[in-house]
Design a protein around this ligand. Structure first.
Ligand SMILES: [Zn+2]
Length: 417
């Protein structure tokens, strides 16, 4: 079988034909010359209309996915079109090219496919291209996906925030959390009111009206905009974020007590105990469990806060909204009685203030469990950590959409991967 036959089997470019390939043994490249089909007219890259050829540019090389560890390179001399619609001479459009990049659409899709499984760096090394080429490939595929994705039928969303640059900056991420489709929908800078307004503008009034459920944390800016712009939706303060805030409050109690014990010259009972109090009791085993039991026997503020935290976990077991409501009332009342726990009291006050939105979680029959947003949040964090070297906001967003966006991929990919 000829290599040409093989090529025609996996990909065909309308208006162009492959010529006999040559193997360059020195560079381990398979060079495949491509020429325009007889009488075919070049297409203007600006307006997409055919025109007559004006002149030729320099020969260019375009990379296809490698076979048997051999680089496969299309060699083509670009024409310029004398376009009567645009009224000037414009470079032609070729079906395999993604623009100025030497990577074909086929290779871009191939690299992007692997860049979801490997890191960008590993992908570059594995397929012997530069890191920039992988970045360009992923960018092209993501942009293709963003323009071709369907934004209809979004009825449930989760709003989440994520820190980057060592915690100094925030991104707001909006996920679609419908049963039929879960994906990252949108990324915005910071976590201000204007951030979420920008999301609503992006979706448009019609699509915003279709949204029935919104999950978010207790961040004021979000709550305000959701009440404002997504007023038809049931707003749910989700479990994942509430538990996160409670853990934070308990840790604040612990930290201030560690300092107090030290200042008073007392033994460091709580040294290195952070995770003991953050983990669920039933998940702690072995010597850690013994240590926790010892600490729990002491008269410490942290212990009180911890016991309140463990108790709060009961909330999520209720099926009835009424019972959940009573539980919140009682729990917050008990916390408010403890003058020694200002950090936890602050948390209890917010819980009281947003009780109705928390109860929406039970009204929605817990359909939007914390697991969905939490899962996305973990994956997003991992992507940000992996992409730490990017230093470019745009590439960070591209990486997030690439891993979490569940984007459609160009038709041409499946024949290569
Ligand atoms: Zn034109």
């Amino acid at each position: 079988m000829h290599i040409k036959t093989l090529l025609n089997h996996v990909t065909k470019f309308k208006g162009f034909v492959f010529q006999n390939p040559q193997l360059c043994r020195r560079s381990n490249k398979l060079l495949i010359p491509v020429v325009p089909r007889k009488n075919s007219k070049p297409i203007c890259s600006r307006c997409g209309q055919p025109g007559s050829a004006y002149d030729h540019l320099q020969q260019r090389q375009f990379f296809l996915p490698p076979i048997w560890n051999i680089m496969v390179v299309l060699v083509y001399t670009m024409r310029r079109v004398d376009c009567r619609f645009c009224g000037k001479v414009i470079v032609e459009q070729v079906p395999w090219s993604t623009g100025k990049s030497p990577v074909t659409k086929q290779f871009a899709a191939f690299l992007a496919f692997w860049a979801r499984k490997l890191s960008w760096k590993e992908t570059a090394v594995s397929f012997r291209v530069s890191w920039d080429i992988v970045a360009d490939a992923v960018t092209w595929v993501v942009q293709w996906g963003l323009t071709h994705r369907n934004l209809e039928n979004v009825t449930a969303i989760g709003v989440d925030e994520i820190q980057y640059h060592g915690g100094h900056n925030y991104l707001t991420l909006v996920y679609q959390i419908d049963k039929h489709c879960r994906r990252l929908l949108w990324i915005g800078k910071e976590r201000k009111k204007k951030t979420l307004h920008a999301f609503c503008d992006f979706m448009g009034e019609q699509r915003c009206k279709a949204i029935e459920f919104v999950c978010s944390d207790m961040w004021k800016a979000y709550i305000k905009v959701i009440a404002d712009r997504l007023s038809d939706a049931v707003h749910i303060l989700d479990r994942f974020h509430i538990v996160g805030n409670l853990n934070k409050a308990v840790d604040e109690v612990r930290r201030s007590e560690v300092k107090k014990l030290k200042d008073d010259g007392k033994p460091a009972y709580l040294k290195n105990s952070r995770w003991l109090f953050l983990k669920k009791k039933k998940r702690i085993r072995g010597t850690a469990r013994t240590r926790l039991r010892e600490i729990l026997g002491m008269n410490l503020r942290t212990v009180k806060a911890y016991l309140f935290k463990e108790d709060f976990d009961h909330l999520w077991t209720y099926k009835s909204t009424t019972w959940a409501s009573t539980f919140i009332d009682e729990w917050t009342r008990d916390v408010m009685r403890h003058r020694s726990l200002p950090e936890l009291k602050k948390f209890a006050r917010t819980i009281r203030q947003h009780k109705e939105l928390i109860l929406n979680y039970f009204r929605a029959k817990k359909e939007f469990s914390s697991g969905i947003v939490e899962g996305f949040n973990n994956k997003a964090k991992l992507t940000i950590r992996k992409s730490y070297g990017f230093r470019s906001d745009k590439l960070r967003e591209i990486a997030l959409y690439h891993t979490l966006g569940n984007l459609p991929v160009p038709e041409l990919t499946h024949r290569f991967v």
